[in-house]
Design a protein around this ligand. Sequence first.
Ligand code: MN
Length: 315
Amino acid sequence: MTNMAYGNEALDCRAHADAGALQSHPTRDAELGGGLTIRRALPHRQRRLVGPWCFLDHFGPRTFPSDSRLMRVGPHPHIGLQTVTWLFEGEILHRDSLGHEQLIRPGQLNLMTAGRGIAHSEETPAQHSGRLHGLQFWVALPADEADCEPDFVHHAELPLMERDGLRLRVFAGTLEGERPPARHHSPIAGADLELVDTGSRELALEPEYEHALLVVEGGCRLDGVPLEPGRLYYLGPGRDRLRLENTAPARLGLFGGTPFGESLILWWNFVARTPAEIQTARADWQARAARFGEVRGYDGPRLEAPELAARLRAG
Ligand code: MN
C-alpha cells in the first residue's frame, strides 16, 4: 500500500473517534522451534490486550518438503491462559501432559486451558500436506479462574455461515448469533472471515467489546480504510458494526472482548499477576515438578525456561 493509504487512515481515525477508534500496529517477526519464522501481532508495545486476548502469532503460509517438519515446538509449560489454535492450511500435532495427542486441521479448533499448569508440544506431523498457515492466540484467564484445572478440548467441526460473499467461522465466544461450543471465561468473540466474493458486507459487533482485525490473505477496506497484511488493526469499544469491502478474495481474523481491566505479567509462556507467580512457575518447570506433568511421545528435548528478567527477580 502507498503512503496515501496511511493518510486516508489517519483521517478516518478522527472520523471514527466516537465510534471505536481505529489504531494500526505492525506485527514483528519471531522464531518458533524448527526455524519457523512467525509474525507476532500481540502483545505490541502499544497494544498489550484486546479484551482478554493477550498473544497472537500468525504463521505461514508456507510450503515445505515432504521429508521436513516445519513446526517443531518441544514440550513447554503454560499457566493462566487458554491457547486457541486455528488453521487455514496444513496440520499440527498437539501432545500435552494430560495425555492428549491430537491432530488439528483447517476448520477445527484446539482449545487448551492451562489454568494452574499444563505442558504441551506442537509439531508438523510426519505425514503432512507440505503447507502450513494458521493462528495461535492466548486468552488470559480472569483472576478467579487463573488457577483452574487444566483442560484440552478438540472441536472437530464448527458451524460455517455463508452470506454476502462472506464465509464466517466463529471459533470463540459469540458473533452474529453464532456460538461455538468452546468454553471461555470472559465475554469474547473470535472468528475467521473469508471474503470469497468481492463487494461489501456488514458484520454486527458487540459494542461493549474492543476488537482487532488481522488480514491473513489479500486485502480489504474497513469502512473505506485500506487494511494491509502484516498489521494489527485495533478497534476501540463503541462499534456496533464493521463494513468490509474487497475487490479480490481476502481472509481476516477478527477477535475481541470486554476490556479486561486487570494488569497482567506475560513472561515466556506464563500469564500471571505477580513476579512471585512467575518465579514459582519457572522454578517448578525447571525442577520438573508434578504441577506441569510430562508430555509423552515427542521426539525431542523439552524447552528450558530462559533466565528471569531483572524486573521479575525481586518481589
Ligand atoms: Mn504453547
